[in-house]
Design a binder for this molecule. Structure first.
Ligand code: BMA
Length: 328
């Protein structure tokens, strides 16, 4: 791992990468960008994006008692693209995010359906990750990086997603009375511009984390450079009852590719978390991330420490450019 002059708030698990293609019970090319939940019996479930050698992705569940090893992986794909009934899934399904919906007594899985129209947001509900109730596309292409909130906000379901627009790739929030019809679209977190690490393209990484101080967002920012793309993670905090209200946004990234398995793979220099579990202490966050679009890795951090960092670094504190004076 390359040496950095700054301290990370995240601790990489010594057993990283925790899942690779070699662990799979059937032939696959890569495993990455898994949606995550802790089942009611305490089992950690990773709904992994698995890419086969046709280049298409499907989803496959891996379960573990301790969330680190001893994974029991479904013998066959758990959710395959269904291009007959959902032509938007012709070229695969990718990057699931999981939200436990107490009101429904089901898990909501939002994933990217990739078809001729481009990537769009699809939704399925499940109780057990074996039988899925598919809703098809809920956000038309080009859109991805979506996750539901675990409860209604002011009477409506809410979803963060990332449509592509001429102005760039920004995170949006939309509301729905029934999970099918989505509206009241609001810009949630815009990509910055110019030299910022998160200029031009941001997207939600795992589902938002509910804290007493607000919804904590771990998002990815994409930096294009001469070598390709760099995917790093930043933090933002939103109001609990009015989530489109941004409370704090960090100025620096907090986690980026450094370890060899994050820098070398099909797409090097990528860390891409789609889910987490929280320990019973309510503070320890286990962040599961795809590394270099090739394998799954785990890093741990303290939610309170992330919030404390945001308090200190939500202005231009790392920037050489002094903040603008308040408007008169
Ligand atoms: C994004 C998504 C992710 C992928 C990342 C890096 O656009 O497609 O699935 O991990 O690019 O390649």
């Amino acid at each position: 791992m390359s040496k950095r002059a700054y301290e990370s708030m995240f601790t990489r698990h010594p057993k990283n990468p925790i899942l690779t293609a070699e662990d799979w019970p059937y032939p696959i090319h890569t495993v990455f960008n898994a949606g995550v939940t802790r089942l009611h019996d305490g089992t950690t479930l990773l709904l992994c994006r698995v890419e086969d050698r046709s280049g298409f992705s499907h989803l496959c569940a891996a379960r573990s008692k301790n969330g680190v090893d001893g994974w029991v992986i479904d013998e066959t794909p758990s959710l395959l693209p269904d291009a007959v009934n959902y032509p938007e899934e012709l070229w695969g399904i990718e990057d699931p995010r999981i939200t436990w919906m107490e009101e429904l007594g089901k898990y909501a899985v939002t994933y990217t359906a990739f078809g001729k129209g481009g990537p769009g947001v699809a939704l399925a509900l499940t109780k057990d990750f074996r039988v899925f109730e598919r809703f098809g596309l809920v956000m038309q292409p080009d859109d991805k990086d979506a996750a539901l909130f675990p409860r209604r906000i002011n009477g409506n379901f809410a979803m963060v997603h990332r449509p592509m627009t001429d102005s760039g790739a920004h995170a949006w929030i939309s509301y729905s009375p029934d999970l099918i019809n989505w509206g009241t679209h609001k810009l949630l977190l815009p990509a910055r511009k110019g030299g910022w690490w998160d200029a031009n393209k941001v997207g939600l990484s795992p589902p938002l984390i509910e804290t007493p101080r607000g919804w904590l967002m771990i998002y990815h920012g994409v930096r294009h450079n001469a070598a390709g793309c760099l995917y790093r993670l930043g933090l933002a905090l939103f109001d609990l009852e009015q989530p489109e209200r941004l409370l704090l946004r960090g100025d620096a990234w907090v986690f980026g590719p450094e370890a060899p398995y994050e820098n070398e793979g099909d797409v090097g220099h990528v860390v891409f978390p789609c889910g987490y579990t929280i320990e019973p202490d309510g503070d320890t966050l286990n962040l599961y991330y795809g590394a270099a679009d090739t394998c799954m890795a785990l890093a741990t951090c303290s939610i309170n420490r992330l919030l404390g960092w945001l308090d200190e670094h939500a202005t231009h504190s790392f920037s050489m450019v002094p903040p603008l004076p308040p408007p008169t």
